[in-house]
Design a protein around this ligand. Structure first.
Ligand code: GAL
Length: 756
């Protein structure tokens, strides 16, 4: 193989981190020495309990990765450690100690020396009885803060931490690469870099940001030096080097302004505070950039070129076309029963008899005309290209309501996303009446009732359809959804009928509490609830895409198609971290042969833009280069593309990520093939997807933390006789020299190419 990898000298941090250091904090590491028991007993919190027979366990990776696959329910972790009195004596601030335990999937209760300490990262006062145990935010770093004289701490003695973990589904246990420790609370714990909640903006082409640095201490001033450094990640070019003295009074703030100028790549930025007493803390982030030129003002037809529908059912397909409005649409070869709206490009009517219909779509405006073929396949299969849309879960979680859904639909149109093929507006969990509510969950006929956030589902369906978009909904085959709302168990036909009457086009059907109904995890039991819903959907007068969600159990990709699914989740839930996104994305290999038009592996939804899984959102924690990797990889994988962010807050970088038609065309390619990793060399992975036109999409990914040079020889990828090479993010042709191409890739970044 003719490959060359060169690691450049400068390393950058992974992800946005707030690192804190200072020997004055007397940190005791708690990463090693944990023991584990996969059962549940309140006595496991007791100090006197003999845990010598418990098995040792790692706490940086979940228990599934350590021989406890599919452990659903409760399990306990314990750790003994000694706590020198010297730590207490060294405390100057009198602000107490921190106990950091990493992440826990899904929820934790913590006991210190036999006493209840807290739950899901929240500390409770000594003597408090454990509250009702709810599973928690599985991706949150658990940090408990305690007063120095908290009676639960035993200074100068051995201490015992016992962690009770609840895992209702999927992977479980303590996990996360961050460290676990106990240490003094320091000044660094009061620094609030509000940069994480303040995205960069573009002033003209210049990248700028202004954020507050807040001192959260009510009694101590923040006195020291603030050092700001920024340099381009790939070129290494220094952009800012700046140091100034700071003295921020208790509860006060100072504004930091950052001007990075015009950039075609990310800058790595470090803000470091060196306090007078020697403690330091650092916050790092990376700046966004715009790679893709704007779409031309003349018409360009985008989106799927292949569309499947079932004979005799209502038909809806919207021509996605970018370019200036007004635009006039027409279609030749449209089968009887279908008409195109000349102003909007929305094709409606009744799906014709079985067969393949070749249609020519034309879009015209003052600047020109575009013509493109569309193949309408009337038959048994839906979703012939991966569904593209929005889903409420990664942003609003259970705080979703009708207004937010309508705002998303409007933004699809107003921000031009519909013009790039974005179609589905999907409500996830949280629209149904709560399962625990004393109100009736169903009417006298067994029809499901909605909660007061969704007063009129049929109206919502109409509002979505009027915009030429499609309407998705969520349920569980069990009695309850994962969020505790009413599921479809034993009312599957009622629910399918309700969905049809509301105009639903897509159902995500999530296993959740069905685990209580399934007799075991045999294939028959895993398939059963999806077969029931498939049959119910077959009886209604609409095309409803069935999205199977059961986290990949029983290799669902091998049989998801046979139980009526068009897509199936292959993994547990994604989070907006490099760890989560890259673990999921780069492991989609065994399922690749099963991807084809109408059958898609679903590695979960996109985590770009403002996300939050609840009422309070934050900008994704993925860095810009990681987001390029995320979107490029999902396109190569032919994964369903469901944006999971607040569409009312789309910054130019995020918009650029989801409106590059050449990148999206890789995802929507009519061949329906999934990419394979063809080269794994050091931290470089090269993934190749076959395209319908005989070309290949090639993603060269750098999974490492260092800028890396790489030379790809296309023959090594099995690609022969290629003539043209194009950089898809930049939409630029590249000279191809002797079948080879050299790239320099940012940490966690990608170069996405098309070779033909
Ligand atoms: C999870 C599912 C998520 C979301 C959530 C709703 O099981 O994986 O994607 O749908 O349930 O409660």
């Amino acid at each position: 193989m003719n490959l060359k990898i060169l690691h450049l000298v400068f390393l950058v941090a992974t992800g946005i981190v707030l690192s804190a250091q200072g020997s004055s904090l007397r940190k005791i590491p708690l990463d090693q020495g944990w023991v584990f028991n996969p059962s549940d007993d309140p006595a496991f919190a007791d100090v006197g309990l003999n845990d010598e027979t418990w098995r040792p366990i790692r706490v940086d990776i979940n228990w599934d990765a350590q021989g406890q696959k599919e452990l659903i329910g409760y399990a306990w972790y314990r750790l003994r450690f000694s706590l020198p009195k010297e730590i207490r004596d060294a405390d100057k601030l009198k602000e107490g100690v921190l106990l950091a335990l990493g992440k826990v999937d899904d929820g934790d209760q913590v006991f210190l020396n036999g006493e209840f300490l807290g739950q899901n990262g929240r500390t409770f006062a000594p003597g408090t009885k454990p509250p009702e145990f709810r599973t928690g935010p599985w991706d949150l770093e658990r940090v408990y803060r305690l007063a120095m004289d908290d009676p639960r701490i035993k200074w100068g003695q051995e201490n015992l931490i016992a962690v009770r973990v609840a895992n209702p589904n999927g992977a479980g246990g303590m996990h996360g690469k961050g460290s676990r420790f106990m240490r003094l609370v320091g000044l660094i714990d009061f620094v609030d870099f509000q940069s994480d909640m303040t995205p960069f903006t573009f002033q003209g082409n210049e990248v700028v940001k202004s954020f507050d640095l807040v001192n959260r201490s009510t009694s101590n001033a923040m006195t020291g030096t603030l050092i700001i450094e920024a340099k381009e990640l790939v070129s290494g070019k220094k952009v800012i080097q700046n140091r100034k003295n700071i003295d921020i009074a208790p509860s006060e703030r100072m504004t930091v302004n950052l001007q990075l100028g015009q950039r075609e790549e990310a800058c790595g930025i470090s803000y470091q505070i060196v306090f007078k007493d020697g403690e330091t803390c650092e916050y790092r982030e990376e700046s966004p950039y715009i790679l893709t030129p704007p779409a031309p003002s003349s018409p360009r037809i985008n989106g799927a070129t292949l569309f499947g529908a079932k004979p005799g059912k209502p038909f809806l397909y919207t021509v996605a076309a970018s370019g200036d409005r007004p635009m006039v649409f027409s279609a030749s070869g449209l089968p009887d029963g279908l008409t195109i709206n000349a102003q909007t490009g929305i094709i409606t009517g009744t799906t014709p008899a079985r067969g393949t219909y070749k249609v020519k779509i034309t879009a015209k405006n003052a600047k020109g005309e575009a013509v493109r073929d569309l193949e309408i396949v009337s038959g048994d299969r839906l979703a012939l290209t991966p569904p593209m849309g929005w889903n409420s879960w990664n942003c609003w979680g259970l705080a979703v309501n009708e207004e937010k859904v309508v705002a998303s639909a409007r933004n699809f149109v107003e921000k031009g996303l519909r013009d790039h093929g974005w179609t589905y507006i999907n409500i996830d969990d949280g629209w149904e009446i709560a399962g625990a509510s004393p109100d009736p969950k169903r009417d006298g006929d067994g029809n499901i009732l909605v909660n007061n956030k969704f007063p009129d589902m049929a109206r919502l369906g109409r509002r979505i359809h009027d915009l030429g978009l499609k309407f998705g909904i969520y349920s569980s085959p069990g009695p309850l959804t994962c969020g505790g709302y009413t599921g479809s168990y034993q009312h599957e036909q009622n629910d399918a009928n309700s969905y049809a009457s509301w105009g639903v086009d897509y159902l995500k059907y999530d296993w959740c509490s069905y685990r209580r109904i399934a007799k075991d995890t045999s294939l028959t039991e895993l398939k059963k609830p999806y077969e029931v819903m498939r049959d119910a959907l077959a009886k209604v007068d609409r095309d409803i895409v069935l999205s199977i969600c059961q986290y990949g159990m029983g290799n669902v990709w091998e049989w998801g198609d046979s139980v009526g699914g068009q897509l199936w989740r292959t993994t547990n839930d994604i989070a907006d971290t490099w760890e989560s996104m890259s673990d999921i994305g780069f492991s989609q290999v065994d399922n690749a042969p099963y991807a084809k038009p109408g059958s898609w592996n679903d590695p979960d939804m996109l985590v770009i833009g403002w996300v939050g899984w609840g009422p309070n959102l934050h900008p994704t924690r993925l860095k810009p280069d990681e987001q390029d990797t995320h979107v490029s990889l999902w396109c190569l994988l032919s994964a369903p593309l469901l944006i999971g962010c607040d569409l009312t807050r789309l910054d130019p970088f995020t918009l650029n990520l989801i409106t590059n038609d050449e990148v999206l065309a890789i995802n929507q390619d009519s061949s329906g093939k999934q990419a394979y990793p063809k080269i794994k060399e050091g931290q470089i992975q090269v993934w190749v997807k076959d395209l319908h036109d005989g070309g290949n999409a090639v993603g060269i990914f750098n999974l490492g933390d260092a800028v890396t040079d790489f030379e790809v020889n296309f023959e090594d990828l099995g690609i022969k006789g290629q003539k043209k090479l194009r950089d898809l993010w930049r939409q630029k042709d590249i000279d191809l020299l002797k079948g080879k191409h050299s790239v320099r890739i940012a940490p966690h970044g990608v170069v996405l190419l098309k070779v033909i």
